[in-house]
Design a binder for this molecule. Sequence first.
Ligand code: EPU
Length: 428
Amino acid sequence: MEKLMVEGGHPLTGEVQIGGAKNSAVALIPAALLADSPVRIDNLPNISDVEVLSDLLTHIGGHVTQKGDEITIDPRGIKPMPLPNGRVKQMRASYYMMGAMLGKFKKAAIGLPGGCNLGPRPIDQHIKGFEALGAVVTNEQGSIYLRAKELVGARIYLDVVSVGATINIMLAAVKAKGKTIIENAAKEPEIIDVATLLSSMGADIKGAGTDVIRIEGKEQLKGCGHSIIPDRIEAGTYIIAAACMGTDVKIKNVIPDHLESLIAKLDEMGVNVQSDDDVIIVEKSKQITGADIKTLVHPGFPTDLQQPVTSLLVKAKGTSIITDTIYNARFKHIDELRRMGADIKVEGRSAMINGGKRLEGARVKASDLRAGAALVIAGLMANGVTEITGVHHIDRGYESLEEKLKGLGAKLWREPLSHEEQEQLKSS
Ligand code: EPU
């Protein structure tokens, strides 16, 4: 086990290349098993969540080969075996194996998915969708079993706008008999990306990216090629880091439209952000002022940038309030930022930030992926060295974080954890 050391105070400048979207990749890999021949996916992010899913597919008989940022999945040998609990528990997105296996084999058995600890994260809407399509879903000794004689298209209204449920229902419905209509669907760009892959495989999907998705099921889906959209959350994280410490930072391979809510908010705060085609440029800002931010479903401000942007609000002059309407317990980074000198109070779903504070390097712990990003950004601004444990969370979703930040002029490196630190991490 390692910790990440960040020496603060080094200005950022230059260019950084954004990888493929994690939250697309983790759905596209399971989606590939629905095809009858190989699926090639490029612009694949080099992150541990992708490794876990590739291992899962291999475990059930898939033939997976990876060369650089391209993965080819030959699903012809895949069998409807129960999925190994250990791997499934490592990440929440393993739930996409349910929809994909149900679609392909009309049955699936999978342990309860793990992932970032952001408070309660139910999957009732996924199950409601599977049941509407004709599956019987049971929970047997901590594993979920899905069984259907046949899947038949249905009208499904989601009680909660859910990215995962929308995609999972799409994965099963593309192989159901007849028409499925998903109402109150999520509209995130990753949903359009998954629909694009499924359509290239021969599926008939209309309306992805709106709140009503119509799917006409098909008996067979074929292999194809697909390129993953850029990761808007990785891009947003570098934009925020650049707003904190940068002069003329170019963030390349982005779709600026996907980042409109962040760019508008930064503009309001006095951050100088320009976008051009597939590049976003953050120039040096004179004075950054605080703002009130509320996370919402897309196209609102993304919850996945709530934690990183909090570090910028700590620097910004004045008082800010950030409210997370998606996850009410996504505030584990706050105690750690306080250790570094931030003045923040949490009340219910909101954090009140008294900005303009100078941070000091400290020993802190990343409790989840985006908390890790928030602490790295805080470390870049702080006096002295910040030591971040829980680095495995960061590796789940940020490819080559150190190399990319070093390329911009930051100073950071990894060190092994001492025995004592390992014990502390296990017991916390
Ligand atoms: N919800 C339910 N019932 C359900 C499903 C969701 O009540 O059956 C609730 C959740 O508890 C949450 C809200 O609905 O309060 C939204 O959850 P959603 O299902 O949209 O989240 P998810 O699909 O589990 C994905 C991303 C998350 C991201 C959210 C919101 C993946 C693999 N994960 O999660 O990404 O925060 O959408 O945009 O796509 C991250 O990248 O750090 C991350 C956590």
